[in-house]
Design a protein around this ligand. Sequence first.
Ligand SMILES: Cc1cc2nc3c(=O)[nH]c(=O)nc-3n(C[C@H](O)[C@H](O)[C@H](O)COP(=O)(O)OP(=O)(O)OC[C@H]3O[C@@H](n4cnc5c(N)ncnc54)[C@H](O)[C@@H]3O)c2cc1C
Length: 381
Amino acid sequence: MRVLVLGAGFGGLELSSRLSEELGDAAEVVLVDRAEGFVFGFSKLDVMFGRTTADHVLHPYRDLVKPGVRFVPAAITAIDPAAKRVETDAGTFEADVLVVALGADLHPEATPGLVEAGHEFYSVPGAFAARRVLEEFPGGRVVVGVTSTPFKCPPAPSETALLVHDLLVERGLREQSEVALVMPLGAPIPPSPAASEAVLAAFAERGIEWHPETLVRALDPERRVAVLADGGEMPFDLFLGVPTHRVPRVVAESGLCVDGWVPVDPLTLETAHPDVYAVGDVTSVGTPKAGVFAEGQAAVVAERIVERHRAAGDAAATYDGTGVCYLELGRDEVARVEVTFRTGERPAGRFEAASTALGTDKAEFGSSRVRRWFGREWAAH
Ligand SMILES: Cc1cc2nc3c(=O)[nH]c(=O)nc-3n(C[C@H](O)[C@H](O)[C@H](O)COP(=O)(O)OP(=O)(O)OC[C@H]3O[C@@H](n4cnc5c(N)ncnc54)[C@H](O)[C@@H]3O)c2cc1C
């Protein structure tokens, strides 16, 4: 069976690793990505806040050696889901099963003034460049702001505000500075009131301003103010922004999207086309856009492909919407939230309060993925 996996991020790496483990050379898996390597979302913050280096957090795809998996470094230029045929700048590929795991693209240019007057920190180059900006910042008013919904890793802007606080304390600049966070959500971690309470308590203790239920619509580069969706304005000396997210253009042009994202069956992750699946940030499956959910969805798709390959009748594996999220609260403390999202039900979360021990768990979360996906040892920092 030929399986074509588009995108080697959280979803694509997990899927191809599982297929290799289960089927080895019996599968013919082609994994396509245009990037040089994989970078965890949390590593972006680690580099930005000077805890590690850019080289250390890049996991090059050339190190990917998995039985039955061929990695193709290429840009995908067209997807025909009906024919399960894909065009790339390295040729055309056809498959029996197609999995779209192309994530969300970022568009800082969609927010007027963001490119000129602010710094987006969600892309790999953006986060790496923000490190210098933070190192050279002389102190003043910092605004961390979300510019549109949906956006990846909903806790990340809160973590960023807390880490900005720590950095300013460390650099002796906190007293002459202010830190504010603008978020479209009503609570920092909506599915877990306990986690939200802990984050809000940390904001209050550190004097971080919290502006919920609004967005930054534009920056005015001349007046250096952020213009909010609710009509308010916030002056800034340093603006750190979460840019607009959209499916990659090639996905938008494939006809797979409804209202901007790829709808899938929430249990099977199958799109409207038989044997065409989509996992992770590219979908509108109803979980937050986070790596752990992309990974969980990929595991289910892998199981379904394996079941089918072994001709074990109809594939039975289904997705349960569960994921674990580690939350950086600053001061080297990490909390943990386990959340389950099921269609038609209120999401339920279980919260473990911040500790340095959970920091070790988070590090192992990253190391175990690198071991499984790239077959080598790695410590986040
Ligand atoms: C600051 C920050 C912190 C985060 N922290 C966490 C965290 O702690 N925990 C967590 O679970 N999640 C976290 N996330 C979110 C996480 O990074 C994403 O949700 C996750 O990577 C999504 O996985 P995915 O497989 O859907 O897409 P991605 O991992 O984005 O992978 C998509 C892949 O497709 C490739 N691609 C796209 N278009 C093309 C094309 N045309 N041709 C070829 N290749 C293409 C890209 O190069 C990319 O490798 C964080 C995100 C950010 C920004």
